[in-house]
Design a protein around this ligand. Structure first.
Ligand code: ATP
Length: 366
């Protein structure tokens, strides 16, 4: 995890490591990246997140020098990357299928890039030991890749990519081949290694949980454009559009029109904080399911209440999600099951009340 104080993006004096300036990439008629600008700072763990085809791999390939930009500029450390081939950039890339050399041992795989630099044997062996320690594979140094688990192979690939101390490491769906549990464990290892080495990581993923777990900041993309760049908590709590609210986590979107101090919707007028939205403007109230309370009796002293009927209950062990029909729309309310014994007493077909505070939701115009 990043320390709280690490926020170079908020510091107007901080100089970015990577600058995308009005970058466009076209493949014939297809506009894969549409005039995008973004700054990424040293030591960041930056995630490019979005659905298939949104352009995240293209962003990464442009950065690595595997594709040429159609218009705009990419700077790394203040230097224009135009015409600079991948091997002359201070960048290393770990590909989706982190192909290790099958006939080489773990050690030899990690040493591969260093040997090509004609470094002294002792320098190489020290560096390889250091990398083995970093990814905790000392005991596996002489094994071949096919004698390793998927997670271990992934760590070898990471060690190999970091051996030459690149300023910037690009990771394309690095954990895609791992099962869920191992994936979660490896996410923490990745964060740990990133912090220890101080390398800037840019990761491409379509897995929102992964992006939210590992990243210092997340860029949410759609159709060649970055829709929002922010820290994971801001992306979750203050999404800037319906698209981002809907893409990250679960959300109830209630369409309506702005009113003073709230929003008018077909389900009623709700108190909600918003600024600068003109009365009557089309907008939506985005409410996370865990911010809604559900009860059989109408609660008092709460800003917003609405009556509905339970039509579905999804019990997930740690949480229960109630699907409640309200005026022809389904709203989801999520309750944490903190105790084994306490039951809410709410079941299918029950008439219930949903309630939430004025600050629970976000009013979105885009
Ligand atoms: P995925 O998660 O499926 O890998 P992505 O977000 O990484 O998707 P990109 O690979 O960056 O998406 O592709 C962005 C767009 O550019 C897509 O519409 C894709 O079809 C198009 N595209 C990518 N590479 C090429 C190419 N070499 N020629 C033509 N079109 C391409």
């Amino acid at each position: 995890m990043q320390e709280k104080t690490f926020a170079p993006w908020d510091d107007p004096e901080a100089r970015p490591l990577i600058e995308f300036k009005g970058v466009t990439k076209q493949y014939g008629e297809v506009v894969a990246i549409d005039n995008q600008s973004v700054d990424i700072f040293e030591r960041e763990f930056f995630a490019l997140l979005g659905p298939s085809g949104c352009g995240k791999t293209t962003m990464m390939r442009l950065l690595g020098g595997f594709e040429e930009i159609t218009a705009g500029q990419i700077l790394i450390d203040g230097q224009d990357m135009a015409g600079i081939p991948p091997n002359r950039r201070p960048v290393n890339m770990m590909f989706q299928s982190y192909a290790l050399f099958p006939h080489l041992s773990v050690e030899q795989n990690i040493a591969f890039g260093l040997k090509r630099e004609n470094l002294a044997k002792s320098v190489i062996s020290d560096r390889v030991s250091e990398m083995l320690r970093l990814v905790q594979l000392q005991r596996f140094a002489s094994r071949k890749p096919d004698q390793l688990s998927g997670g271990q192979r992934q760590r070898v690939a990471l060690a190999r990519a970091l051996a030459k101390s690149p300023k910037l490491l690009l990771l394309d769906e690095p954990l895609g081949a791992l099962d869920r549990k191992l994936r979660e464990e490896t996410q923490f290892e990745l964060m740990d290694i990133q912090e220890k080495t101080g390398t800037t990581f840019v990761i491409v993923t379509h897995d929102q949980e992964e992006a939210m777990t590992v990243a210092s900041r997340v860029a949410v993309m759609d159709e060649g454009r970055i829709i929002q760049v922010a820290t994971p908590d801001v992306i979750y709590e203050a999404p800037n559009t319906r698209y981002v609210a809907d893409f990250i986590g679960d959300v109830n979107l209630v369409e309506g029109h702005a009113a003073s101090d709230g929003i008018d919707t077909p389900l009623g007028r709700f108190a909600a904080s918003h600024s600068k939205i003109a009365n009557g403007a089309e907008c939506a109230l985005a409410l996370r399911p865990e911010k809604l309370s559900i009860a059989l009796k109408k609660p008092t002293k709460v800003d917003n209440t609405v009556a509905g009927k339970v039509i579905d209950i999804a019990y997930l062990g740690n949480i229960t999600t109630y699907h409640v029909e309200v005026g022809g729309q389904i709203l989801k309310a999520q309750v944490t099951n903190a105790s084994r014994k306490v039951r809410s007493g709410i079941t299918w077909e029950d008439n219930v009340w949903l309630s939430w505070t004025k600050t629970a939701g976000v009013v979105l115009t885009a």
